[in-house]
Design a protein around this ligand. Structure first.
Ligand SMILES: [Zn+2]
Length: 374
């Protein structure tokens, strides 16, 4: 018996699914029976004829007649049936066309010998790559990655890091201030962060000790661009706070990290230095991984280490108790906890690692240069 559309009486999910499936099945059976153009035309008219085709009937008898609360679900089923019927009809037309012409349809053919569309996928920028590699070294030691805003307040960038107002150390960081803030108190004035260190304070405000974090990010200083300076550059900073952390922990951690990053044969050396937020402070050098510490490359002098056999890599030190005072209420009592911090320039390390002699090349976006690191 030919398929006929009836008015629906049962609007349950199962009933709707059954009538929809039955309709699609009938359509598929009838399509399978089409043998020539005339039968195809009859089939097409019967199912999608505008006036009284089955799809039109379904629309009238199922959807339009459905009670308001069932309309949404019935509509979904009707759309589903329509899509199926159109698909079946399309296939039936294709089959009939192939039968009439005796050749398979071009639409169905794929020429696998054609070359594909080439889309270069890009690669990590050498600075980002270096940053990620260094961050991974510390992640393996149990450090987590912390992040913070690039536009900072004077408080987080200076004051809470033990740079009091008018402190001469502020002048060593040529700061870019946001304009038009003279009306605000100094600690609230906005600036482009000159180091990633504000994230140390922000993290200690949020998390109680112990913490171990590594902070990669962009920083800005008012430096005219040249072969070794850029107004925007990248830092990687770290902070570990717990009870009984000593300078020995600092040395051990950084010595391990440098061996992991530059190779197990590098040696490290610490020399006294000054930073407002650490006490004592040190600069860490690694033995030159280009000349192996000899200061010479064959008969030529080694330029990256200036023939000294040592390369300065980072600044570090024990967190100054004055810094802990700013976050004391969150568990950082300087009498109970201690910690160390370190910071390095990712761009400089990338320069050394890849033997690039001009920092500006990293930021000019010349694909011919960048491709070499892909
Ligand atoms: Zn060297």
């Amino acid at each position: 018996m030919a398929y006929t559309v009836f008015k629906l009486t049962d609007y349950s999910e199962t009933a709707l699914e059954n009538v929809a499936a039955e309709c699609v099945r009938a359509c598929r059976d009838e399509a399978g029976a089409v043998r020539n153009d005339a039968e195809l035309k009859t089939f097409r008219d019967r199912w999608i004829g505008r006036k009284n085709g089955i799809l039109t009937q379904i629309n009238d008898l199922w959807l339009k007649a459905a009670p308001k609360d069932a309309k949404r679900e019935v509509g979904r089923r009707v759309n589903d049936v329509k899509a199926n019927v159109e698909d079946i009809l399309q296939k039936a037309e294709d089959i009939q066309l192939e039968r009439a012409t005796g050749t398979p349809l071009v639409r169905e053919r794929v020429d696998i010998s054609l070359p594909g569309v080439h889309r270069p996928i890009g690669a990590e920028h050498p600075v980002i790559k270096t940053t990620n590699e260094m961050v991974r070294v510390f992640q393996k030691l149990g450090y987590s990655v912390a992040d913070g805003p690039v536009v900072e307040t004077d408080y987080y960038n200076f004051e809470a890091l033990n740079f009091p107002p008018n402190h001469p150390a502020r002048d060593t960081q040529d700061t870019l201030f946001i304009a038009g803030q003279q009306g605000k108190p100094q600690r609230e004035r906005l600036l482009l962060r000159t180091h990633t260190s504000p994230v140390q304070i922000r993290t200690m405000e949020k998390m109680r000790p112990p913490i171990r974090i590594v902070i990669p990010g962009t920083v800005h200083r008012n430096d005219p661009p040249d072969a070794s300076h850029s107004p925007m550059f990248h830092q990687i900073e770290g902070l570990a706070v717990d009870t009984n952390i000593t300078f020995g922990d600092l040395k051990g951690t950084l010595d391990h990290a440098m061996k992991e990053f530059f190779g197990s044969s590098v040696k490290t050396s610490f020399r006294p230095s000054f930073f407002p937020f650490t006490e004592p402070s040190a600069e860490m050098f690694v033995s030159c991984f280009i000349c192996g510490g000899s200061g010479k490359r064959g008969a030529d002098p080694c330029r990256p280490c200036k023939q000294t056999g040592w390369i300065e890599i980072l600044g570090c030190g024990m967190v100054d108790p004055n810094v802990f005072e700013f976050v004391k209420d969150n568990g950082y009592d300087p009498k109970k906890v201690s910690g160390f911090a370190f910071g390095m320039g990712a761009d400089r390390i990338a320069l050394l690692k890849y033997g690039v002699d001009d920092l500006q090349l990293f930021f000019q976006g010349d694909v011919r240069f960048l491709q070499q690191f892909g």
